[in-house]
Ligand binder design. Structure first.
Ligand SMILES: [Ca+2]
Length: 175
């Protein structure tokens, strides 16, 4: 938007008409208006950056419970919308498995709605192993927050809110 205004501003026509009159020199920056415009654009850009700052600060802590072995890797996938859920990961984290509980911190997320799906990648191939029916053969879980579902959870089953102050959620792996 800003750049478009810059491009469409009739700088050349202003200069052409002002050249014939004496008033042109009295206008601030009339001889070379460009530096002022550049400064304005930079100030707006700085304001946008400052405004976006607090939204980037939220930390999501995921407590992974019921990790059944030290073998393999825990795969944590964060999604930020129903449209991207289980299709495009917003933030992916992989941490070494450790029997019991593992805490994972994910920083710099804008406040908003999220869902988290996890699986224990026992064979370290980067994928959730499934059988011929598509049923997971490796332990998995989601940010159900006490909700219970049959089969694969949908966005509404695992959605939760991340406030700007951050939040902590617990996920237990399936057996
Ligand atoms: Ca696997």
């Amino acid at each position: 938007m800003i750049l478009e205004l810059e491009m469409t501003h009739p700088i050349e026509s202003l200069r052409a008409s002002d050249c014939s009159g004496s008033r042109a020199d009295d206008r601030p920056g009339a001889n070379d208006p460009r530096p002022h415009r550049m400064l304005a654009v930079k100030l707006v850009a700085a304001a946008l950056t400052l405004g976006a700052g607090p939204l980037q600060a939220a930390t999501l802590t995921v407590e992974l419970n019921h990790v059944t072995s030290d073998q393999g890797t825990l795969n944590v996938a964060v999604y930020d919308s129903e449209q991207s859920f289980r299709k495009t990961v917003t933030r992916g984290v992989r941490v070494p498995a450790r029997k019991g509980s593992v805490s994972v911190e994910i920083d710099d997320l804008p406040a908003g709605d999220y869902a988290v799906m996890v699986f224990h990648d026992l064979d370290d191939d980067g994928e959730l192993a499934t059988n011929l029916l598509g049923i997971p053969k490796e332990p998995w879980g989601g940010s159900l927050q006490g909700r219970s579902v049959f089969g694969a959870p949908g966005w509404k089953d695992v959605r939760f809110e991340l406030p700007e102050t951050g939040t902590s959620i617990e996920i237990s792996f399936s057996d």
